[in-house]
Design a protein around this ligand. Structure first.
Ligand code: CTP
Ligand code: MG
Length: 249
């Protein structure tokens, strides 16, 4: 069973950049956002995490995973070369292809899946914005596929009460016990996923494509540390978790 990972890294990181610009102008009067030390106009995949591009963390972890045979990295358009160099620097031998992404995440995933080899039994899609991917989560996902599910996603219980609104008005309070917050990686039977991806390109997660195509998707326990880096605060939090895990006991 050959497992291919598609690592979606093509986003620009609007919120990471914009928020840090805001923080900067609030905190350091007189200096322009252009003087920001780190981010410049780098895409989020190249935002610095402990001195390395954010992408390095997930790429290295997927490459080191005994469960993953091959990786397709979907790079920010124009950043294919730096991604190839990074993969070489890290010695990531499982990187089979690097392709430029599209305007939306769904489009980027579609472009990445097109590079997945014919031998793939499983396609696993992961966001580079979630650096702390673990073998434990991957193992749970693949275990679920082994039980016969078409797809498996990591999920966490929702702690806040969630309401559906129309404009300013609350129209429904959802039963919290039946809700999960879903993360990546998400794993699918390759054939099912390939045909699902050919459909709608505006879905926010891959599983919804498979659900829409009639596939059966299950949820396995996720990991709070699979946090998606959206703001500079998220980046700092992930950095502190990494430092903690490397500190001598
Ligand atoms: N992504 C992608 N192609 C896009 C948009 C997003 O491959 N056109 C990827 C991102 O690189 C990220 C993941 O999808 O790993 C989740 O997206 P998000 O966290 O929203 O990242 P960005 O879109 O880069 O951030 P923002 O929405 O703040 O611009
Ligand atoms: Mg986005």
């Amino acid at each position: 069973m050959s497992v291919w990972a598609v690592l979606a890294a093509a986003g620009s990181g609007e919120r990471l950049g914009r928020v840090s610009a805001d923080l900067f102008s609030a905190g350091a009067a007189g200096q322009s956002p252009a003087a920001r030390p780190d981010l410049g106009d780098r895409p989020k995949a190249f935002a610095p995490l402990r001195g390395r591009p954010l992408l390095a963390e997930s790429l290295e972890r997927l490459d080191a995973s005994g469960w993953v045979d091959s990786i397709v990295v979907v790079a920010p358009p124009g950043w294919e070369e730096p991604v190839i160099l990074l993969a070489e620097e890290l010695g990531c031998g499982t990187v089979a292809a690097v392709v430029a992404g599209g305007a939306t995440r769904a489009e980027s995933v579609r472009l990445g899946v097109a590079e997945v080899g014919e031998d793939a039994a499983v396609v696993m899609v992961h966001d580079a914005a979630r650096p702390l991917v673990t073998d434990e989560v991957i193992e749970r996902l693949l275990g679920a596929l082994g039980e016969g599910w078409d797809g498996a996603v990591p999920g966490l219980p929702v702690v806040d009460t969630v309401k559906r609104v129309e404009g300013a008005a609350v129209v429904e309070t959802l039963a919290r016990a039946s809700l999960v917050a879903v993360q990546t990686p998400q794993a699918f039977v390759a054939g099912v996923f390939r045909s699902a991806v050919a459909g709608d390109t505006n879905a926010t997660d891959c599983a919804s494509l498979v659900e829409a195509a009639g596939g059966r998707v299950t949820v396995v326990p996720g990991d709070p540390r699979l946090l998606k880096v959206t703001t500079p605060e998220d980046l700092a939090l992930v950095e502190s978790w990494l430092e903690e895990s490397e500190a001598p006991a």
